[in-house]
Design a protein around this ligand. Sequence first.
Ligand SMILES: Nc1ncnc2c1ncn2[C@@H]1O[C@H](COP(=O)(O)OP(=O)(O)OP(=O)(O)O)[C@@H](O)[C@H]1O
Ligand SMILES: [Mg+2]
Length: 357
Amino acid sequence: MSVATEKETAAATSAESALSVRNLWKIFGPRADRIIGTPDAQLSRAELKAKTGCVAGVKDVSFEVAPGEVFVVMGLSGSGKSTLVRCLTRLIEPTAGSVLIDGIDVTTASDAQLRDLRRNRVSMVFQHFGLLPHRQVIDNIAYGLEIRGMKKKERRAKAEEVVSLVGLDGFSHSYPDQLSGGMQQRVGLARALAGDPSILLFDEPFSALDPLIRRDMQNEVIRLHRDLRKTMVFITHDLQEALKLGDRILIMRDGEIVQIGRPDEVVGAPVDDYVRDFVSEVPRSHVLTLKWVMREPRPDDSMDGPVMSCDTIVRQAAKAALASEHPVRVVEGDRVIGIVDDDAILRVVVAEEEAHQ
Ligand SMILES: Nc1ncnc2c1ncn2[C@@H]1O[C@H](COP(=O)(O)OP(=O)(O)OP(=O)(O)O)[C@@H](O)[C@H]1O
Ligand SMILES: [Mg+2]
């Protein structure tokens, strides 16, 4: 959802990362900490369970999230997404590994540092809104500020600022049960934003919403991200949602990373059948960029065709490309790196039609 130059910063080193996760493990069960570093750690989840009674929720996961990036974690139910995101602020205590947020080592943080982190730097939005039923919307939104010890007038003023940000104008004095599910989730979103955190963590926040409301809320997140540029970690089991929101997507299976990549990489080059299965239904022309369909330039190529960036989505390029008499010259910066003929465009579009028959 952001431009190419920002995506390129996604491979940031840990020094400049908003979030850095290194060799993170969470094993549930008796004497879980004794398993890491032994051959048992290499067992599959089922084998480990059978042998030791322990469940590997998260297995040796490492990744970096750049400031302002939207990083999506996706996988089937039970793949470890919630365990992973809860380990980030130690709502679940990791068994091993480290987590750095804004350069602060969460895994070795003192209680006071951890409190500061949860109150001021990181906010979570869950599927179940967790709203306080006897409090008005405005006081639900201000709840985190109240915990911080902010005075009523000040925190209500702050909460009022985010009310309009999430489209809740006019509902400040309603009670949660007077709102629809979508509106309640807006309150959850507003509450997360009120403290002006540097990172927002979402654990399947829209899974329980109707498809249309869900789409609205996804668009809301996109808009908020465009306006606020907050770093986001967004968990979902819905690939469409992942592709729509994510600058990059981490795909998990049985606690492990299967693939990390931009939407076009995951769709264009799935690493195995698990990922291929996920992406098989995706309309490729909506996700793949010209980089994925171009060929090498040849000396006899016309220099008169339209020029397009290699990051242009195929669908967006299709009309102009097909209308032109000459093939598209694909550029990265000023350099022509490839050519896209009509055939290449049509191949993607036709394959897509066939996939949906
Ligand atoms: N407290 C716990 N004790 C034992 N096992 C657990 C515990 N919490 C999670 N697990 C196991 O860890 C694995 C990962 O669970 P997790 O809830 O992280 O998956 P998920 O990807 O969030 O799934 P869903 O999409 O259903 O929310 C599962 O096998 C689950 O049964
Ligand atoms: Mg979960």
